[in-house]
Design a protein around this ligand. Structure first.
Ligand code: UDX
Length: 433
């Protein structure tokens, strides 16, 4: 099938590669010349395990071609995926849908009557209806718009795209459903559930899923606050409640909380949209979810102040700066916010991260990149684990020296008895050690 993928950021680049891997003839459209040039050379503008190799393969076999915009080739395409970003609007909690609207309106001059346009971007409920009206006005006929949200996670993006838990399609007509079913036929052969919904429900599935996940994380982090003052242990608590299948043990990892380009802005955007619809009180609790999450970052800063006395002039080593492991994404990263705050208080903050140091120097030059982890330890008055990269869990504390052997485990992943046995003071969120 001839497919276009519009917007080759994180979601779009992954989706374009996945569609090519599924056997389609894919045209990837990316107006940013720098991004386009990198992708054409088989280089990803972000870190995602395995995706670079897959990109090089589909470029080499010609199943993925790239362009900076639409051309006559777009008229022959049977299915267009809109994958542009919907970041948080500056100075507001709302999602910025302007990229989706401009991509859709531009496409409307090229789309054929039988082609299907599937939105994959995360949008406020009601956006698709407006988009369909605007596109149809430009096209001069009713455009087959459908909504097909994406649930991929950074770090496992390609795997999530090729083997999703489910495929969700919100459509106004059967034709759109048939075309999308054909596009995903290789995945559906494996028995993956294919859910056909009305469009507003499909739009809501994504924000509802992310809100639920964020709530689960903030729930356990709220328990951490209670555990800290009551002598309880949040890790043992999470484990104990997780045995109940109705609760489950996933997404109950306590620590500095959630960040990234999705969960934080999606819950804020959801509240803003619900308020516009007059049902703000229905999701008012998400403001607490957000506040609990941000309080955990502050808690680490406060613990650092408590340990260091005055932060000014002290050296702090931050282990991990990306919002999660296997990613170099610094958007709304808890570790980055903690490091920036400590630096603002006058600390010399050394940052180690397996893949994010280049991105960090561009974003936050006040933080000092530290390539050699052991050398960073030796200078440190305090070590903070901010991102649970595998190599930090595997560190041998008996081989690490520091000015003061104190570590704050911001992700509850260190082997506490081992670190204590090697002479380290371990402070962990929600635990009384
Ligand atoms: C999320 C959704 O999981 C995905 O389905 C959606 O398509 C995009 O948003 P992602 O942002 O890649 O994916 O990361 P995710 O794995 O959900 O983690 C989000 C944040 O929560 C990370 O900062 C992570 O460290 C944190 N987290 C996750 C916890 O603090 N505790 C947990 O138990 C799980």
């Amino acid at each position: 099938m001839k497919i276009s993928v519009i917007g080759l950021g994180y979601l779009g680049a992954t989706h374009a590669v996945a569609m090519a891997k599924l056997g389609h003839e894919v045209l990837g459209i990316e107006p940013d010349p720098k991004k386009l040039q990198a992708l054409n050379a088989g280089v990803l503008p972000f870190h995602e395990p395995g995706l670079d190799v897959a990109l090089q393969e589909v470029l080499a076999d010609g199943s993925l071609k790239l362009a900076s915009g639409h051309s006559e080739a777009s008229r022959e395409i049977e299915l267009h995926f809109i994958c542009v970003g919907t970041p948080q609007l500056a100075g507001s909690d709302k999602a910025d849908t302007s990229y989706v609207f401009s991509a859709a309106k531009e496409l409307a001059s090229w789309v054929s009557k039988t082609a299907v346009v599937a939105g994959k971007s995360t949008v406020p409920v009601g956006t698709a209806k407006e988009l369909k009206e605007e596109m149809s006005k430009v096209a001069g006929f009713e455009v087959n718009l459908a909504w097909n949200p994406e649930f991929l996670r950074e770090g496992t993006a390609l795997e999530d795209s090729l083997s999703p838990d489910r495929i969700v399609v919100g459509a106004w007509n059967d034709h759109s459903v048939t075309v999308l079913k054909t596009a995903y036929s290789e995945i559906l052969k494996k028995g993956t559930p294919f859910l056909v919904l009305d469009v507003p429900t499909a739009e809501l599935v994504k924000v509802a899923a992310n809100s639920f996940l964020a709530t689960k994380i903030s729930f356990i982090n709220a328990m951490a606050e209670v555990a800290e003052v009551s002598g309880a242990d949040v890790v043992a608590l999470a484990n104990a409640i997780g045995y109940d299948e109705r609760i489950g043990n996933k997404f109950l990892r306590s620590g500095v909380g959630f960040g990234g380009g999705c969960l934080p802005k999606d819950i804020r955007g959801f509240v803003a949209r619900a308020e516009e619809l007059g049902v703000g009180s229905a999701v008012e609790f998400l403001k607490d979810v957000d506040a609990i999450n941000l309080r955990r970052r502050q808690r680490v800063v406060d613990l650092a102040k408590q340990e260091l006395g005055s932060v000014a002039g002290k050296t702090v080593l931050m282990l991990g700066i990306s919002f999660k492991p296997d990613s170099d994404d610094l958007r709304d990263s808890p570790a980055l916010e903690i490091a920036t705050q400590l630096s603002g208080l006058g600390a010399k903050v050394l940052v180690h991260d397996p893949v994010s140091l280049e991105a960090l120097s561009l974003k936050q030059p006040a933080l000092i990149p530290q390539e050699d982890v052991a050398a960073g330890f030796s200078e440190a008055d305090l070590v903070i684990l901010g991102t649970e990269w595998k190599q930090y869990k595997e560190l041998d504390p008996s081989k690490l020296d520091a000015r003061t052997k104190t570590v704050i485990d911001g992700r509850n992943v260190l082997d506490v008895p081992k670190w204590q046995g090697a002479g380290w003071k371990v402070i962990a969120l929600g635990r009384n050690l």
